[in-house]
Design a protein around this ligand. Structure first.
Ligand code: BEZ
Length: 247
């Protein structure tokens, strides 16, 4: 039995690699606002230090349970197709899967064969994590999803990192549920807008739609901040908290 104990910020991750004993893994220790670890890793574009890779850009890191698996392949194919949309928003993309760089290169060929991307090769790197060290450090192992040896696979994590290297958004999906990259772009539009202006985006908001004035602003402050005006929707409570503006 192999036991690894890894300290990540506020959490200890305990990792037992024996199927017959009581196994336990702990999900994420990274919280919104934490500085994202400046890990070093081998990738399909060579060895990187994560903060250097990001430079002054936004970043999105999305993890995959395993190479050559069906749902992951559809996700990477879609990510390749919409990569220009991430680029337009100044967001550097990077994937991670618990296999080797060589596997990633071979898998990328399958991905591009099924993607409707116009690119010839995968337009973003994939991090190699065949010994799961980074998946453990970043708290990405899903205790409920195992490979054929009984070892935990990574969940489908999405981490959006701001230019200040702090985590701005974190979403976790189990291996059996593929992600929606249009939703990631929509959320990034909201993160980038709300990083600049004192607004919040309502349900199903899309770029160009009206936004909401945040509750901590007084009506007078809102009037001064939003030259396009503020409209308030009346509600039975009489409380004027549904305040919209065009950013
Ligand atoms: C998939 O990508 O299809 C997959 C990977 C691990 C578990 C279940 C599905």
């Amino acid at each position: 039995m192999l036991i690894s104990i890894v300290q990540t910020g506020r959490l200890s991750l305990v990792f037992f690699s024996c199927r017959s004993c009581k196994e336990e893994t702990t999900m994420p220790g990274l919280l919104l606002g934490d500085v994202f670890p400046n890990f070093e890793a081998d990738t399909t574009i060579g060895r990187i230090k994560f903060h250097d890779f990001l430079g002054s850009s936004w970043g999105v890191l999305f993890s995959h349970p395993k190479d050559f698996t069906p749902v992951c392949t559809t996700e990477l194919a879609c990510a390749a197709k919409v990569s220009d949309e991430f680029k337009k928003r100044g967001v550097k993309m990077i994937a991670l899967s618990i296999d080797s760089v060589e596997d990633h290169h071979n898998w990328s060929k399958d991905v591009m064969a099924v993607s409707s991307s116009t690119a010839k090769t995968l337009p973003f790197p994939i991090i190699a994590d065949h010994n799961r060290a980074l998946s453990i450090e970043l708290g990405m192992l899903d205790p409920d999803e195992r490979d054929s040896d009984g070892l935990p696979l990574t969940a489908r994590c999405v981490f959006v990192i701001g230019p200040d290297k702090k985590m701005k958004l974190s979403i976790l999906y189990p291996a059996t549920t593929g992600r929606n990259f249009d939703e990631l772009l929509r959320a990034i539009d909201s993160l980038q807008l709300t990083a600049q202006k004192k607004v919040a985006t309502p349900v199903d908001w899309k770029l160009g739609d009206k936004v909401m004035v945040i509750p901590s602003l007084s009506d007078a402050e809102a009037a001064a901040l939003f030259p396009n005006g503020v409209t308030t929707k009346e509600v039975p409570s009489g409380k004027n908290y549904l305040r919209y503006t065009q950013p």
